[in-house]
Ligand binder design. Structure first.
Ligand code: SF4
Length: 456
């Protein structure tokens, strides 16, 4: 049986797709590319914007066209939100919400058995949940671990708390056991992901009525977890997914900086640099508090990469408010900004707000902020020439007709070293090497010269 997966959206979805792939593989399925003919197609969907909804539907229809007899599965966030709206889609055989991803295999096989295309007794499966050797080999040099699900924040524009549910953290034992497995499989870098990473573990103590305790507890369990993960032999880098600004306190960052494995790369979701907009977004910090957090990070980490998300065209955003956000972005001097045009999500508070911003205005604001972003990114990259950077080599890549080995430094800057057959060949993939930066290539890739292999 051949099965093809396609992932849309965030890193949590990517992580969950890997899990689903492993389950199907251990049951004897062959994973094929989404452009091939398969018996089962799974689209792990996203609903964060209208465009994501549209793309999810488009991919499901594409799967149906690839093989009219295949079982087509829509999984994830779009499913949950479409259910709420009562949407149906004839090209889909099975809708699997986030809650049911882990039992998808039994639901898929029930359909196949009904259609007479699967006889389970003839399947050479193993027990579900164990990571197969092939799956391990096919994962990349950087592994993702989802440490929590759900979110209790209810930002006024966001559908996620409604489709992913309340905060739910995995146990420390469970995460550490997965970390050890990944380290044993040869991974040196782990990225911690989640829907609201900063709240990890808070659900163990948080009482609904006690908002202050909630804020106070943010970071406590995450720090403890990072300290333990760093002890796992073979783990060289721990990278944090998106953090919420309120977690950045002097106490938290000081302890974080004592863990050398933690990468100096912090994605702090800003969303707007204007306090009035932040308030309408139901984000619980001011631009000043955000800036203080950035200063703390810069005090304890050298040249940290501070990256962020910004939404333009939020309901009621005036030209003045937008300009305040642009000025703030320059003031923070972000290493990278992901710019999103506000997209109405049915059922959210912002969807019901008056003063929705015209699409043309959103497009123009997005272009203007992207121009600022390009400039800031260039400025950040200028910190590296003549420096030696530790690069985790990921893959050989052909750039402008020349072959390079490409990887990332701790600050998530992409760096290439010339490919020297017999010296820096593919055997260096998944190795950490010291690279002296001496130039740049197209597509914001820095160019460097290999110094020596780091000891692993
Ligand atoms: S913090 Fe806000 S934007 Fe992020 S998932 Fe929760 S509600 Fe959505």
């Amino acid at each position: 049986m051949k099965i093809a997966f396609l992932t849309l959206g965030c890193k949590v979805n990517s992580y969950e797709t890997e899990k689903m792939k492993t389950q199907f593989e251990t049951e004897g399925y062959e994973i094929v590319s989404f452009s091939e003919k398969a018996d089962v197609y799974v689209v792990n969907t996203c609903t964060v914007t209208n465009i994501a909804d549209r793309k999810s539907r488009k991919m499901l229809h594409r799967a149906r066209r690839m093989n009219p007899d295949a079982v087509v599965v829509a999984a994830g966030c779009y499913v949950d939100s479409a259910r709420q709206k009562g949407e149906e889609d004839e090209s889909v055989d099975l809708f699997i919400g986030n809650e049911d991803k882990e039992i998808m295999i039994s639901k898929v096989e029930k359909i196949m058995e009904k259609r007479g295309i699967l006889n389970k007794e003839n399947c050479p499966g193993h027990s579900v949940g164990e990571m197969s050797e092939k799956a391990e080999q096919e994962l990349h040099t950087r592994a993702y671990i989802k440490i929590q699900n759900g979110c209790n924040q209810y930002c006024s524009y966001c559908i996620i708390p409604y489709v992913r549910g309340k905060l739910e953290s995995r146990t420390e034992e469970d995460i550490l056991s997965e970390t050890k497995k990944l380290a044993a499989a040869g991974f040196h870098e782990i990225v911690l992901t989640g829907i609201h990473l900063s709240s990890f573990g808070v659900d163990r103590e948080f009482k609904k009525t006690d908002a202050n305790s909630f804020v106070k507890l943010q970071g406590k369990y995450l720090l403890e977890l990072l300290q333990k993960m760093a002890q796992v032999s073979g783990i060289e880098r721990l990278r944090l997914g998106s953090l919420e600004p309120r977690i950045i306190t002097e106490e938290f960052v000081k302890k974080l900086a004592e863990i050398p494995e933690v990468c100096p790369h912090f994605h702090l979701s800003l969303q707007s640099g204007c306090d009035a907009t932040l308030k309408r977004m139901n984000r619980h910090y001011s631009s000043q508090e955000y800036l203080q957090g950035v200063e703390i990070l810069r005090k304890y980490f050298k040249d940290p990469a501070i990256t962020t998300d910004i939404i333009v065209g939020f309901p009621g955003e005036t030209e003045e408010e937008f300009k305040t956000t642009c000025d703030f972005a320059k003031k923070v001097s972000f290493a990278q900004i992901h710019v999103f045009k506000y997209s109405r999500r049915h059922g959210t508070v912002a969807d019901r707000m008056e003063d929705q911003v015209d699409e043309q205005v959103k497009n123009s604001r997005s272009d203007r902020l992207l121009a600022i972003e390009a400039e800031l990114e260039k400025q950040y990259q200028q910190k590296f020439p003549d420096q030696t950077q530790k690069v985790l080599i990921e893959e050989p890549v052909l750039i402008e007709g020349t072959k390079y080995l490409v990887g990332y430094n701790e600050r998530y800057v992409r760096i290439a070293v010339p490919y020297e057959k017999g010296v820096s060949d593919e055997s260096l993939c998944n190795s950490l090497i010291d690279v002296h930066i001496n130039g740049s290539l197209e597509g914001d890739i820095l160019l460097g010269k290999r110094e020596r292999a780091c000891n692993l």
